[in-house]
Design a protein around this ligand. Structure first.
Ligand SMILES: *Cc1c(COP(=O)(O)O)cnc(C)c1O
Length: 467
């Protein structure tokens, strides 16, 4: 597809602005540009077609199956977008006094009440704009707690090797030393390995449960008890609450604070750079350290973002929760788990699950044996799925599984989609044995097939330089 600049024809254009009917003013000297900007010259029809074509090239959950593990790419009901677009929510100025924005304050209070109920926490802030930002905020609560007690010896945060990369990054950014512990063969926390690293220097543990291989850690009560006994606190990475919401509460598992990605589990689309909300909840004893959302900061009080964070994301979360209700929330979780297990069972005859036991909302395939036999890698399979109109699963994560593909179908897919996807996996398994070369070159139907990902990330070309 051509760039819009390449489609430009000198002299072409569309006049959509009416003639200026106010006196024109000139900019101060030095601020005016010397040359007119090199904008593309196109007709309105061509502009419209150009962007529609770009839009068609993007795969979203509204185009097809999107089983991107650990990302919860579920269908988000349009009604939530409509409610968040109401002028009473979109037009309110952040400096409006609370008494003049009573409706918005009620949204925040009600969303907080429901999400505290779901997570088993006492209080919550909506300031953080993402999951990683929420982790940062949550670990700062832990740090403030130890500092306030004069406990300066606690310099380490324990993170299992299956953790999402943001966990060790967060601990390091908060000034902690990261202690990695290996997982047990069943993919869960190795209690002996944990016991060995616990001590008077333990500030806390960061954990996801279900963990990143999609398994619920059966020893969770023992794990949090051990950390508390050593004087540390327990942080729950609740980025994906899809498997447990309304079923089991992180607070009851023994966690002291948590973040939840409203932009994964609670009706805001994830990806594309936001906006998101990493709601951070905590138990009563950490409440005093939460960021304050008012502008009148008490000196020394934590603030991680202006005002109340991405308010409209909270509106969507509340609309979603009110729509589902107390019965619908656990039902969604049950269906997410059912769908993941169904798909895993359907695929199991061909590709091998990394852990062959009942999974939660997602599961991981281990393609290392398959690669040895066929020479076809997890990357080749992921790329081949694109030709079938499916978004690839998460690849090469978690790091503890080699040649990993991680699938999270979510609760919003029907049986037909899952059956179709299983059929695609079956065909690719066969193709890998009959024509592996074709899979090394996939995808075959996209404008770009295999970009140099490192170069694309390190040296992105985002600016068109006219010839
Ligand atoms: C997505 C995710 C995060 C980070 O969330 P962002 O909003 O992308 O910063 C952290 N932990 C886990 C387990 C996740 O899946």
């Amino acid at each position: 597809m051509k760039l819009i600049f390449e489609k430009s024809v000198s002299g072409r254009g569309c006049s959509i602005l009416p003639p200026c009917d106010v006196e024109s003013a000139s900019l101060p000297y030095g601020l005016e540009r010397q040359n007119p900007p090199a904008l593309p010259e196109m007709s309105e029809t061509d502009v419209s077609r150009h962007y529609s074509e770009l839009c068609r090239q993007v795969h979203g959950v509204n185009c097809g199956f999107y089983p991107l593990g650990s990302c919860t790419m579920k269908y988000n009901p349009r009604i939530d977008e409509e409610l968040a677009a109401l002028p009473g929510f979109t037009d309110v100025h952040p400096l409006t006094p609370a008494e003049d924005a009573a409706g918005c304050m009620e949204v925040l209070a009600l969303a907080k009440r429901y999400l505290c109920e779901i997570s088993g926490m006492a209080d919550m802030t909506f300031q953080p704009a993402a999951g990683a930002h929420g982790e940062f905020t949550g670990v700062l609560l832990i740090k403030q707690y130890h500092d306030a007690r004069g406990d300066k010896a606690r310099t380490k945060i324990i993170v299992p090797d299956s953790a999402h990369g943001t966990n060790p990054a967060t601990a390091a950014m908060c000034g902690y030393q990261v202690v990695n512990i290996p997982s047990a063969p069943d993919g869960c926390v190795d209690l002996d390995a944990l016991q060995k690293v616990l001590g008077p220097d333990t500030a806390g543990l960061m954990l996801t449960n279900p963990n990143t291989v999609g398994l619920f850690d059966r020893n969770i009560l023992e794990i949090t008890r051990m950390v508390h006994e050593a004087g540390g606190l327990c942080y729950y990475d609740g980025a994906n609450l899809n498997a447990v919401m309304g079923i089991v509460r992180p607070g009851d598992m023994g966690f002291d604070c948590i973040h939840m990605n409203l932009h994964k589990t609670f009706a805001t689309p994830h990806g594309g750079g936001g906006p998101g909300a990493g709601a951070v909840g905590c138990k009563e004893f950490l409440r005093a350290y939460l960021p304050q959302s008012s502008l009148m900061q008490e000196p020394g009080h934590l603030q991680v973002r202006a005002f109340c964070g991405n308010f409209l994301v909270v509106v969507k979360a509340l609309a979603y929760l009110m729509m589902l209700g107390a019965e619908g929330v656990p039902q969604a979780a049950e269906n997410a788990v059912l769908n993941a297990n169904y798909l895993m069972q359907r695929i199991k005859g061909t590709f091998r699950p990394a852990f062959d036991r009942i999974c939660m909302h997602e599961f991981v395939l281990d393609l290392s044996e398959f690669k040895k036999q066929t020479g076809v890698s997890a990357l080749d399979v992921a790329k081949s799925l694109i030709d079938y109109g499916m978004h690839p699963p998460t690849m090469y994560f978690p790091l503890i599984v080699h040649e990993a593909l991680m699938l999270e179908p979510t609760e919003t897919e029907g049986k037909q989609t899952l059956d179709d996807a299983a059929e695609v996996f079956r065909s690719l398994y066969a193709l890998a044995h009959s024509d592996p070369e074709r899979m090394h070159k996939a995808p075959h139907n996209t404008p770009i097939g295999r970009p140099d990902e490192v170069r694309a990330a390190r040296n992105p070309i985002v600016r068109y330089v006219p010839a």
